[in-house]
Design a protein around this ligand. Structure first.
Ligand SMILES: NC(=O)c1ccc[n+]([C@@H]2O[C@H](COP(=O)([O-])OP(=O)(O)OC[C@H]3O[C@@H](n4cnc5c(N)ncnc54)[C@H](OP(=O)(O)O)[C@@H]3O)[C@@H](O)[C@H]2O)c1
Length: 326
């Protein structure tokens, strides 16, 4: 695990880039303002070129991916709204400019797959894209049709990760996922949940089926998987994608008006968003965390957690104690 990397920063989200050159708040806002007007792209010199994101290996192949990915539930369901799409285009550009790779979507998220696919055509620096979506329907043929539609909408010839959403009709879809993987149409297969009531069934599937990825909820306010899914995934050699790292925003509501502890600086953390993300990422069985945002500043904030030191086991205990005392 990398623990002593420089963090990319600019003052709007309390970050300092690797060349120790910072932009003033005004400079940053001017850049964002121009972006909003669609005049220029995010200035590339905001970000350092020589710092690398923290990465983790996918156990089934050893391929490394950055520890911060992004979700698209609700945030990218923008339909054809031009103003929302313009903002989301910047969100996506900031993601890639800060070393982002994994984007998680689903047919369950309204127009999100289409919006991601359309916006990707206008983004640069996206060579590292790791596209992930899900199948969320009953019936084998329906699943095939839906997965084909997802690949078309997201604009990818090969889907990096195809997951079965919320375990839905998994016995019908798993053989298709295996065939498609064999044929090279998808690279990895997985299964997801965000509900504790599915954990027992998910664990049973993990014990009996070979999967590359499992996705579930883990955050500092909801740590039940520490004794169950996380160690099982490690034992079974499965990569983990962590959804709801902010408990859909509830964690921010809990700390509203509360000061970030000074010692958060010891693991290069300058905001509550980074505090929550670095907590999740620092669990050794976590491969990648997928926060969702519709805002450029929040994406920049979240991507800062992709860099710098991570909390040690004793620091993690301190974080839990502090958070639960609030
Ligand atoms: N069963 C499944 O497969 C499943 C279930 C749940 C989720 N997921 C996946 O996991 C992803 C993440 O989960 P989620 O979207 O439910 O919730 P989340 O990422 O825990 O929270 C999203 C909320 O946090 C806010 N936020 C993001 N960054 C922030 C920041 N730096 N500062 C302040 N607020 C911030 C967002 O608002 P703003 O837009 O205002 O930033 C949004 O309201 C989903 O998008 C989806 O891809 C999968």
């Amino acid at each position: 695990m990398q623990t002593s990397m420089s963090i990319r920063e600019y003052p709007e989200v309390s970050m300092i880039n690797n060349r120790t050159r910072t932009l003033s708040r005004r400079q940053f806002m001017r850049g964002v303002g121009l972006l909003s007007a669609g005049i220029i792209l995010m200035p590339e010199n905001i970000f350092a070129e020589n710092s690398q994101p923290v990465t983790r290996a996918i156990p089934s192949t050893g391929e490394r991916i950055p520890v911060i990915g992004m979700g698209t539930s609700r945030t990218f369901d923008a339909g054809n709204d031009p103003a929302a799409r313009a903002e989301l285009r910047q969100v996506l550009q900031v993601f890639f400019d800060n070393g982002g790779a994994l984007i998680d979507s689903s047919p369950m998220y309204g127009s999100s797959e289409m919006v991601v696919g359309d916006l990707l055509k206008t983004i640069h620096n996206k060579q590292k894209l790791f596209a992930a979506t899900k199948v969320w329907i009953d019936g084998k043929q329906n699943g095939i049709d839906q997965m084909q539609a997802s690949m078309r909408l997201m604009g990818v010839a090969t889907m990096d990760l195809m997951q079965i959403h919320n375990l839905r009709d998994w016995k019908s879809h798993l053989p298709t996922l295996r065939e498609w993987k064999q044929e090279g149409r998808i690279r990895y297969i997985g299964i997801t949940t965000s509900h504790g009531r599915y954990h027992a069934e998910l664990m049973q599937i993990m014990r009996t089926e070979d999967l590359d990825f499992v996705q579930f909820t883990y955050n500092i306010g909801n740590r039940t998987v520490e004794d169950s899914l996380l160690p099982l995934a490690a034992d079974r050699g499965m990569a983990t994608l962590i959804n709801r790292p902010f408990q859909r925003g509830d964690l921010f509501r809990k700390v509203k008006g509360k000061a970030l502890p000074e010692w958060a600086g010891e693991f290069d953390c300058k905001s509550w968003g980074q505090f929550f993300l670095k907590f999740a990422v620092s669990h050794p069985a976590v491969t990648c965390v997928i926060p969702a945002t519709s805002k450029v500043q929040h994406m920049a904030d979240n991507m800062a957690a992709n860099f710098g030191k991570l909390p040690s086991p004793s620091m993690r205990k301190r974080m839990i104690e502090y958070f639960t005392s609030l």
